[in-house]
Design a protein around this ligand. Structure first.
Ligand code: ATP
Ligand code: MG
Length: 138
């Protein structure tokens, strides 16, 4: 069993597709073991995306991530990090496979609806960034 952090970004929440996204996870056999809606501060968004702080899009990305509420979830399942990334599709929705969340709903390379951890180490950091162990119910 593996765990990963999933975020529905402000554009996904604004599009009213929280349920649609969760449905895709559940249909794929993935379990939601923790969930909350929150509005990140600039500092919180910068901390979450610290790995990207030297990138040219960092300021724009953190502004976007603080532009409205998000939904954070811990997903659990076999190989869930890779499975979630596959359901999400490529970062740039133009390159995302047919039937993926980003292909269906993203409008921009930045406003791409969802985030998913990309490795076990980042998943551990990102889950702990949003949830305490008591909030995760497997
Ligand atoms: P995420 O980390 O959100 O799951 P990802 O792993 O597919 O997405 P990263 O390379 O980690 O992509 O980039 C993090 C986020 O930064 C992207 O999801 C996107 O919102 C934004 N981003 C990435 N590349 C660009 C870019 N060239 N221009 C603008 N924004 C970008
Ligand atoms: Mg990433």
């Amino acid at each position: 069993m593996e765990r990963t952090l999933s975020l529905i970004k402000p554009d996904g929440v604004a599009k009213n597709i929280i349920g649609e996204i969760i449905k895709r996870f559940e249909t794929a056999g993935i379990k939601v073991v923790a969930m909350k809606k929150l509005h990140l501060s600039q500092k919180q968004a910068e901390g979450f995306y610290a790995v990207h702080k030297e990138r040219p899009f960092f300021k724009s990305l953190t502004d976007f991530m603080t532009s409205g509420p998000i939904v954070a979830m811990v997903l659990e399942g076999d190989d869930v990090i890779a499975k979630n990334r596959k359901l999400m599709g490529a970062t740039n929705f133009k390159n995302a496979e047919e039937g993926t969340i980003r292909r269906d709903y993203a409008t921009d390379i930045e406003k791409n609806v969802v985030h998913g951890s990309d490795a076990p180490e980042t998943a551990a950091f990102e889950i702990a960034y949003f949830f305490s162990t008591m909030e995760i119910v497997g």
